[in-house]
Design a protein. Structure first.
Length: 516
């Protein structure tokens, strides 16, 4: 066996065949786990309840007529069910997680310790504001950092994911247009955009018009100008875009959009590449969501809720939804809770996008990340993320095909499937073979602008040894594909708990409830 400096294997090792039959179906300590509805019994409960005879129903006649049919388990059975499922999850705490666009970076444990402090962990959204002054201050402080880093005028903290933030920012744009008495109903969206962009626009009643990409993977300002009719409400643009490229004409595009009376919505999911380097406000952005769970290390991907605060320009600030934070003359923060109070302050909030103030636990983690890095540390994290992606690009360029080799990659690098031409191996097969090697696949078949896309984002949190191990694995797989080993790829994954599942059937006929 050959190993690298950190004791990791650097050459293929024969793996014992896994077609060993076991009595239980378990593979060693990898334990099979059925659905809760398959193992639970309605007559079992993890809690002992006293029998009650005389209850006066106070539900206004809404009396339950039939048993609930919920699966019952004892406490240890319940624990085991969820712990076993959790062990089937892939997580950033288990290994490199190269999903492009989704920024799966290390979540520092310090953030977890801070989020568990009772003053943050135990606050209830219905507590009187006077009892949670510190928590309010924390949300305001995080908002201040977001404004400083983005160069924007105002921030709505409550949206609970990137897509929710898109909805918030585009709703603010809609409100601003309504206030101007204009019924513009077209939103321009580049072809490389994340699916949530056109979905958000459509959900708000806009018509989506696609903008094609240039051969170099960026948006052509001429193509934008051609489409800037008086019906255009906004453009939704991601920068760096989902090809991992900086949109170099972004300022010109923003100027053209503004000259046409429209707004510029920036999808900020890739902010991790430019924190401390570029302020979106300086580029002419009117609204941008920030995925705290991507850029500021709060867990996601099976690890917790997201948070998608939206920063707004001066022009859109009055339309921010309630609740929002404002600062009094002494700089103390307060929440403006209702539209009425907001109206008295001269604001015209479009409404409320979520019941309360947002994801408190994620706010604590994001601010802990910011404070522990400092401004210089955040900039360095972005630089290291870009460096890591370019390192992966440089080390794989001769065996895989870089989609846009002439432009520097930002925090992620896009490959297409030309290197698999005539091998009989597809992007999907390649990704499945990575699972056998112990790697979560990269983002596949997205963005749609190149054929058979493989989008890799290593993030700043991987060491060089870890990147080398990853790159060596991909080099090995690429060479194996080219050597005519297609059958082995088509049979992958062989070592995962499940082989290839019928994803279409699973999506079309999900097995939601198994009657107990
Ligand atoms: C992740 C992502 C989104 C959506 O964000 P969620 O937090 O998953 O809702 C939107 N656009 C891009 C480019 C993304 O990568």
């Amino acid at each position: 066996m050959t190993m690298n400096a950190v004791g990791r294997l650097t050459a293929p090792v024969p793996t014992e065949a896994h077609d060993v039959a076991t009595f239980t179906g378990n593979r060693g300590l990898a334990i099979e786990e059925p659905l809760l509805f398959e193992v639970g019994r309605p007559d079992v409960s993890g809690v002992d309840f006293d029998d009650v005879d005389d209850v006066m129903p106070r539900l206004g006649g809404q009396v339950r007529m039939a048993p609930l049919d919920l699966p019952g388990l004892s406490e240890p059975e319940t624990m085991r069910h969820y712990v076993r499922l959790s062990r089937q999850n892939y997580a950033i705490d288990l290994g490199l997680y190269p999903l492009g666009s989704c920024t799966m970076k290390h979540n520092p444990r310090l953030n977890e310790a801070m989020a568990r402090l009772p003053g943050f962990a135990d606050v209830h959204p219905l507590q009187p504001l006077s009892t949670v002054a510190g928590a309010v201050d924390l949300v305001a402080e995080l908002g201040r950092w977001l404004l400083e880093l983005t160069g924007m005028a105002s921030v709505a903290m409550s949206p609970k994911a990137g897509a929710h933030g898109e909805m918030c920012g585009m709703a603010a744009i809609k409100a601003a247009l309504a206030d101007r008495g204009e019924a513009r109903d077209v939103v321009l969206v580049p072809e490389s955009a994340h699916g949530t962009n056109p979905a958000t626009a459509a959900q708000l009643g806009f018509r989506v018009v696609a903008v094609p990409a240039r051969p170099d993977g960026t948006v052509d300002p001429e193509e934008v100008r051609k489409r800037l009719t008086p019906e255009v409400a906004a453009i939704m643009l991601t920068n760096p875009n989902t090809c991992g490229l900086f949109e170099r004409d972004i300022v010109g595009i923003a100027e053209a959009v503004h000259a046409a009376g429209a707004y510029f919505y920036a999808d900020g999911a890739n902010f991790n590449a430019i924190v401390g380097k570029v302020r979106p406000g300086d580029l002419g952005v009117d609204a941008m969501h920030i995925n705290l769970h991507k850029t500021f290390s709060t867990p996601h991907g099976g690890g917790g809720p997201g948070a998608g605060p939206v920063v707004l320009s001066e022009r859109l600030a009055p339309y921010a939804p309630v609740p929002f934070v404002r600062f009094d003359a002494e700089g103390a923060a307060e929440f403006v809770e209702t539209r009425k109070i907001a109206g008295e302050l001269g604001a015209k909030p479009f409404g409320r996008i979520t019941a309360f103030h947002g994801q408190m636990g994620m706010f604590v983690r994001a601010l802990a990340y910011m404070l522990s890095h400092g401004a210089d540390g955040l900039r360095q994290a972005s630089e290291d993320a870009v460096l890591a992606a370019n390192y992966v690009k440089a080390r794989l360029a001769d065996v895989m095909t870089v989609a846009f080799p002439d432009r520097p990659a930002m925090h992620e690098v896009l490959f297409d499937d030309r290197f698999l031409a005539d091998t009989g191996v597809t992007t999907l097969d390649f990704a499945k073979a990575m699972i056998d090697e112990g790697y979560h696949p990269m983002t596949m078949y997205f963005p749609l602008v190149v054929h058979g896309a493989l989008l890799i984002e290593p993030t700043e949190s991987e060491s060089k040894a870890s990147l080398d191990q990853f790159v060596d694995t991909l080099r090995h797989l690429a060479e194996r594909a080219k050597s005519g080993d297609a059958d082995a790829f088509r049979a992958a994954p062989r070592l995962a708990p499940r082989r290839r599942v019928d994803e279409t059937l699973a999506a079309r006929q999900p097995k939601l409830v198994q009657p107990v």
